[in-house]
Design a protein around this ligand. Structure first.
Ligand SMILES: NC(=O)c1ccc[n+]([C@@H]2O[C@H](COP(=O)([O-])OP(=O)(O)OC[C@H]3O[C@@H](n4cnc5c(N)ncnc54)[C@H](OP(=O)(O)O)[C@@H]3O)[C@@H](O)[C@H]2O)c1
Length: 419
């Protein structure tokens, strides 16, 4: 079996969480387009078992779970089946707004439920999934009471030398918090400083001032959707295919051309871009183009990057034929920026491909120039998606559902593309 990614070595002592986790959202719901339309009874137990056993065999030792994913019981059964001792893997989970809105009692009940479902005894990290506000904007938000209720069960506050409660949480953190939410929480007088903030980061959504703020506070950033939920990988593959076809055409006609001609066309023209004009598709084209450029450099010779599946096939014949893929460039960029990543895949080949980009396994790094090429590409579309999702989710499944549209003041620190 390939080496694992930061398996804990000392039972009972806190060791660093691995920076490469396995995302479990939609695992068991592969056939369902939107998780919010699914019910817990729809979970495909076989799909969960195959994904988790595959991930364990591939070397993942940190699983990002949540109440909202409706699959924790199946994940727990699969982990038991894997035979891995509890001391050899890490588990994270999150409490959803319905319970946060309900107050301390349902929040703690959900914590216990997740631990029971995951059959894990304790969670290595537990997060308040969204900063649920107070009724009609009343301060403090409901997320503050939820966090404080969870502190009672967190290492440092709970335990023999603490309040006598069982230690159910090793590290307590938050997710999808804007700076203003975080400040509201920390101003309220905490006993446990938040360990992390988990939010979306990828080259097309990199909110630099928010990131700088959390780095400065020493709050770990756990980045989700590093692959743009697969959209970025697919966009880069299409770009690479276009470039390959273009090259072929030029070869046949004996023409010379700029290697980035296609990327420029996809992005809608260089002059328009550099002046900051252009629609969302042009901006997105810039992201695909930048990843493609980096891939061509890394794979020397300008060949089209291959998919994880192609790589696996060629590697069966010769390791030298294995090439770096788009997903690996996206993951390395995030890791080298200092974020934890948590790619989700139902495919064993892609699970292997993704973990091969981890710090422990990866034999290459992006250069400073390549990192710079992937920075500063945040798109207007991604920023709007972030705002819409925030407004929707902070009150999802609560009596306030739908009431926040247009009511949140997103400031420069939330939306800035540069520091
Ligand atoms: N805190 C939050 O609010 C929050 C929100 C969203 C997500 N998350 C966490 O972050 C995790 C990841 O987010 P995500 O699943 O939305 O996005 P993601 O990891 O960016 O992308 C997953 C998608 O990419 C595909 N994929 C994975 N590896 C690939 C590869 N090597 N090549 C090509 N395609 C690949 C997967 O398809 P296949 O499965 O078919 O391979 C899947 O459709 C979630 O599972 C969850 O744990 C947290």
């Amino acid at each position: 079996m390939a080496s694992t990614v930061s398996a804990p070595t000392t039972h009972g002592e806190l060791s660093e969480l691995p920076t490469m986790a396995f995302g479990t959202c939609k695992v068991g719901f592969g056939k369902c387009e939107f998780l919010r339309n699914a019910s817990p009874t729809d979970v495909d137990e076989g799909e969960v078992e195959a994904a988790i056993l595959g991930a364990v065999a591939a070397g993942y030792r940190f699983f990002d779970c949540a109440q909202f994913y409706m699959n924790e019981a199946a994940v727990g059964r699969a982990l038991q089946k894997s035979g891995l001792p509890r001391s050899q893997y890490f588990l994270g989970s999150k409490v959803w707004p319905d319970n946060i809105y309900g107050g301390a009692e349902p929040v703690v009940a959900q914590l216990r439920r997740s631990i029971q479902d995951l059959q894990c005894g304790y969670l290595d990290v537990y997060l308040v999934h969204w900063p649920v506000p107070g009724e009609s904007g009343k301060k403090p938000g409901k997320h503050v009471a939820a966090y404080k209720a969870l502190e009672d069960f967190t290492r440092g506050v709970a335990g023999e030398r603490g309040n006598g409660n069982e230690v159910l949480i090793q590290r307590l953190g938050v997710s999808n918090y804007r700076v203003a939410d975080f400040e509201e929480l920390t101003r309220s007088g905490l006993r446990v400083f938040p360990y992390c903030n988990q939010f979306e980061v990828s080259p097309d959504l990199c909110r630099e001032r928010t990131i700088a703020y959390f780095h400065a506070k020493n709050v770990k950033i756990q980045a989700f959707r590093s692959l743009g939920s697969g959209r970025l990988v697919a966009g880069v593959a299409a770009e690479a295919q276009d470039r390959g076809a273009e090259r072929q055409k030029r070869l046949q006609s004996g023409e010379q051309g700029s290697k980035n001609q296609n990327a420029t066309e996809r992005a809608g023209g260089e002059s328009e871009l550099s002046s900051g004009a252009g629609d969302g598709r042009e901006e997105e084209g810039r992201v695909f183009s930048a990843v493609c450029d980096v891939l061509e450099e890394l794979n020397r010779g300008g060949q089209s990057p291959r998919t994880a599946e192609d790589n696996a096939k060629s590697a069966a014949e010769s390791n030298a034929d294995r090439r770096i893929t788009a997903s690996q460039v996206l993951l390395r960029w995030a890791l080298q920026r200092g974020f934890t990543v948590m790619p989700k895949s139902l495919s064993r080949v892609r699970q292997e491909e993704n973990i091969a980009a981890s710090d422990e396994r990866c034999g290459w790094r992006l250069s400073d120039a390549q990192m710079a090429r992937l920075n500063g590409l945040t798109t207007t579309t991604a920023l709007a998606r972030f705002q819409g999702q925030y407004e929707h989710c902070i009150v999802a499944n609560t009596a306030l559902e739908g009431s926040m549209k247009g009511k949140i003041a997103f400031t420069d620190i939330d939306l800035a593309r540069t520091v």
